[in-house]
Design a protein around this ligand. Structure first.
Ligand code: ATP
Ligand code: MG
Length: 147
């Protein structure tokens, strides 16, 4: 699907808010500036977060808990992670037990993690908007398909 402008990316994030549950993993792939954090912001806002979610680029992990958001969320940006061993120390698998995990730059962990993740990819298109493609595992099929 095409996301014509920033508002469309935020709206897609907001749509996801109605179907996510603790234990879900959504990975967000795309180049620098593609719109990964924007999508996460739309989702977090629709989960009740007041104010704009910061980019976790420097913190690496930013967590949210009720009542700030409707469910516990860990927003993660692995851009600065240089090898998968470092990522292990972050304890993402533990967080995953009771948080919604939103992961920017999942490629930093290698290819094999989170078979059940909803994998979203955002690419820029010439007209200035973005194209979203999704890799939807069976566990998400009944819940979500990109329009
Ligand atoms: N659909 C869209 N069309 C045009 N611009 C968009 C769209 N979605 C988001 N943007 C813009 O893209 C810019 C970069 O967005 P964002 O910070 O979300 O990128 P990112 O993928 O998280 O980058 P990084 O890898 O650096 O974390 C923002 O200025 C945002 O407004
Ligand atoms: Mg980002």
């Amino acid at each position: 699907m095409i996301l014509a402008d920033e508002a469309a990316t935020l709206a897609l994030g907001a749509d996801l808010a109605s179907i996510v549950r603790p234990g879900d993993v959504i990975t967000l792939s795309g180049d620098l500036g593609a719109g990964k954090t924007t999508l996460a912001r739309g989702l977090l806002a629709a989960l009740g977060l007041a104010g704009e979610a910061p980019s976790p680029t420097f913190a690496i992990i930013q967590t949210y808990a009720p009542p700030e958001t409707r469910l516990p969320v860990a927003h993660v940006d692995l851009y600065r992670i240089e090898d998968p061993g470092e990522a292990e120390e972050l304890g993402l698998d533990d967080l995953c037990a009771d948080h919604l995990l939103l992961v920017e730059w999942p490629e930093r962990l290698g290819p094999e993690l989170w078979q059940d993740a909803l994998r979203l990819r955002i690419e820029t298109v010439e007209e200035g908007g973005r194209r979203l493609t999704a890799d939807v595992p069976p566990s998400w099929e009944a819940r979500w398909s990109p329009r």
